[in-house]
Design a protein around this ligand. Sequence first.
Ligand SMILES: NC(=O)c1ccc[n+]([C@@H]2O[C@H](COP(=O)([O-])OP(=O)(O)OC[C@H]3O[C@@H](n4cnc5c(N)ncnc54)[C@H](O)[C@@H]3O)[C@@H](O)[C@H]2O)c1
Length: 261
Amino acid sequence: MASKVALITGGASGMGLEVARSLSSEGWRLSILDMNQESGEKVAKSLDAKFYKVNVTNYDELADAFEATWQEHGRLDFVFANAGIAGDESFYSHPELDSKGRPKKPNLLVTAINIDGVISTCWLAQHYFRMNKKPLGGVIVITASCGGIYPVPISPIYGASKHAMVGFMRSIAPRMIKDSIRVNCICPGTVRTGLLSKEGWETYPNEAFTPIEKVVEVVNLFVEDETLYGKAAEIIKNKHYWQDAPPYSDEWMALTMKACD
Ligand SMILES: NC(=O)c1ccc[n+]([C@@H]2O[C@H](COP(=O)([O-])OP(=O)(O)OC[C@H]3O[C@@H](n4cnc5c(N)ncnc54)[C@H](O)[C@@H]3O)[C@@H](O)[C@H]2O)c1
């Protein structure tokens, strides 16, 4: 059988890179998408993969990379919607004022990358998965965060972006399964990657870090286990826990939400 094909955003470092390495060792063909050209090219060379310099907030660049992947392989099996940033601006700092004395617009790069970029990635994945002949469909794993389950007062825009992705995954999964597309998300605790600086990581408890291998294990589980869709996996240290949507408070809410199915 021909090799399976994966497309990974943010594949030049951290979790994206480790998932790429794992899939490559299993014989997958890979498209690595990242803004970081230098690392991306190095990674692609080492994994006999294709690198595409893509900023996920640029829809044309993203769509070109999907199309090029399809043209090269004629199928697509797995999309890891993983590119993301933490952002380093404090939401609470006193804002600079513009010439009219109003607070300047907040920096919303985090939502552009972590929300808009992931939505565009899933939008494109759906299109190409529907064109697969045999096997039909495909798998999407979205990288959310523990900050998509629990409040993040220190970084509320990041928290909002990751809550959005848990909600987005839960919303699209029951629909996309009808096209044999399984969508799940991962919600890791702290993992030592390039997301933060060395000093940034020092503000988190050393004993609670999650090994990157555990993240790769859960992503592989989502890729392989055909029964899994609509699941949010909280990952902490060497464990993972399913975080299901809260139950409806009463029959009226159940009825209301049924209308949104
Ligand atoms: N490291 C953690 O503790 C942790 C915990 C929970 C969730 N996450 C999430 O994991 C994902 C991966 O991050 P990581 O921890 O591996 O960090 P990382 O910085 O090592 O990797 C992120 C990669 O995404 C790329 N990237 C960033 N913005 C991009 C853009 N606009 N377009 C294309 N590529 C872009 C970066 O160049 C980098 O290669 C992110 O979504 C992050 O929010 C990380």
